[in-house]
Structure formats: structure tokens, C-alpha cells
Design a protein around this ligand. Structure first.
Ligand SMILES: Cc1cc2nc3c(=O)[nH]c(=O)nc-3n(C[C@H](O)[C@H](O)[C@H](O)COP(=O)(O)O)c2cc1C
Length: 224
């Protein structure tokens, strides 16, 4: 299994979010996964300009690394998506990536992959951020298997406490095992199916304006 870790913190590999993500990836590696981590620093993925080109042509015209990162995910089997809590939500760096995935979301282009989410905060409120990250996974077609988070204000020293280390490692293992066994969680399946129906209607409504996406749905899902 190939897994991409996607870390949305300007602190990059040295940050708390990256260090917690690494523990998840170590759990996945212990079950045989190959992993690669991409750091969204705010420079490699620029803001969406709302030009609609992705809907019309399937690719973003901006000269940055978004398409390369998208291709890495398309070629992987799983994603670990990670963000610090910035004002009760994901970081702007992560949100920029999410907005650039508008075309991916219309096509649920990452369908069939498995995922997990990671959040760190200074003082708490991680669950809402993790739920949002998991919902993002769902609308791209990825099945989330769980989340792990840490409140840095409660942690002393350089390393994570044992309970958080274990939760992160276990999550990485669960991600690989879920993918291997093609686990189906009925709630996740229902949420993906419901979202797919919404996108199907959107494609029928916008078929003239967004030829790439309409063609994608015809080719992949037999849309008439
Ligand atoms: C712009 C900004 C907004 C933040 N907002 C919150 C917040 O609302 N709640 C919170 O508990 N921590 C907040 N924090 C703290 C970070 O979530 C925390 O330090 C996190 O662990 C940083 O992860 P990193 O080292 O991977 O960047 C904020 C930090 C920054 C820079």
C-alpha cells in the first residue's frame, strides 16, 4: 500500500502536526506500507482563483505544485491528512489545498482510497477540525478510518506521551488493514453515496459549462 501524508503547517517537518503524522505513518509502515509526506507550506499550493478551468479542462493553470501533489494522491492507495487547529478550523495552508480540490470533489476522483486525519492544537477543540478533515476526505471519495489528535499545551517534553503515540501508531495500522480487507463502514459508505448523488445532479445541470467533468462522469460512472 502506498500512503501520502499531507501536512498543512508552515512549521513543516519540525512541527507538532508533522511529528504526530510521522507516528501514524510509522504504524502504517509496520504493516508494510510505503509512505511519502508532502508539506503544504503556503508556497507550493497557491490560492484558488475561481477561474473554473479545472471544471472545464481537468487541470489547474496555476504554476505551482498542486497538480503534482494531486497526481501523487491519485497514484496512492491512502492519505493521512493533517492540520494544526487554526481558529477552530484547518490552517490556511490546508484550506488552500482543499479549495484547489474543487474539481476533484465534483468527480470524487480519489474514490476507493482510504484515509485518516491528524490534528494538533495549543489548547483543544481538535475534534471539530478532525471531523472537517474527514468530511473533506469523504467528498473526494476517500473512506476515513479514524483520527488522532494532541493538545500541545497539555504535553511537556519533546516527545508525545505513550497513549497518544499508541493511538497514532494504531491508526496507521488500521489504515493499512482497512485497505487490505476493503473494509466497508456503512456510515462512511452512505455519506459518500449521498454526496455522489449531489454531484451527479450537479454534472447534469452544468454539463455544457464543465465539459471535462461531464466527460469524467460519463467515462467513469456511465452518466447519460
Ligand atoms: C494562526 C494560528 C491560529 C491558532 N489557533 C488556535 C486555536 O484556535 N486553538 C488552539 O487550541 N490552538 C491554536 N493555535 C495553536 C496551534 O494549533 C498549535 O500550536 C499547533 O500544535 C501547531 O502545529 P504545528 O507545530 O504543526 O504548526 C493556533 C496557532 C496559529 C499560528
Amino acid at each position: 500500500m502506498k500512503i501520502i501524508g499531507l501536512v498543512g503547517s508552515p512549521h513543516g517537518p519540525k512541527g507538532s502536526t508533522a511529528r504526530l503524522t510521522r507516528l501514524v505513518l510509522e504504524g502504517a509502515e509496520s504493516r508494510g506500507a510505503q509512505t511519502e509526506t508532502v508539506y503544504l507550506t503556503g508556497k507550493n499550493v497557491l490560492l484558488c482563483k475561481a477561474c473554473d478551468t479545472c471544471h472545464k479542462k481537468g487541470k489547474c493553470p496555476q504554476d505551482d505544485e498542486f497538480e503534482k501533489i494531486k497526481d501523487k494522491i491519485l497514484n496512492a492507495d491512502g492519505v493521512v491528512i493533517a492540520s494544526p487547529n487554526y481558529i477552530f478550523n484547518v490552517s490556511a495552508q490546508m484550506k488552500a489545498f482543499m479549495d484547489r480540490c474543487c474539481g476533484v470533489i465534483h468527480c470524487l476522483s480519489f474514490e476507493g482510497k482510504y484515509g485518516a486525519s491528524v490534528v494538533t492544537s495549543g489548547g483543544g477543540d481538535e475534534k471539530a477540525v478532525a471531523d472537517y478533515l474527514n468530511y473533506f476526505l469523504i467528498v473526494t471519495g476517500i473512506k476515513p478510518v479514524g483520527s488522532v489528535w494532541a493538545t500541545m499545551g497539555n504535553i511537556t517534553g519533546e516527545t508525545y506521551p505513550e497513549d497518544i503515540r499508541k493511538a497514532a501508531f494504531d491508526l496507521g495500522e488500521k489504515l493499512v488493514l482497512s485497505w487490505k480487507d476493503k473494509v466497508k463502514d456503512s456510515d462512511v459508505e452512505k455519506r459518500i453515496d449521498n454526496f455522489k448523488e449531489r454531484m451527479r445532479s450537479l454534472m447534469l445541470w452544468r454539463k455544457q459549462e464543465w465539459p471535462y467533468e461531464y466527460r469524467y462522469w460519463k467515462d467513469h460512472r456511465g452518466l447519460e
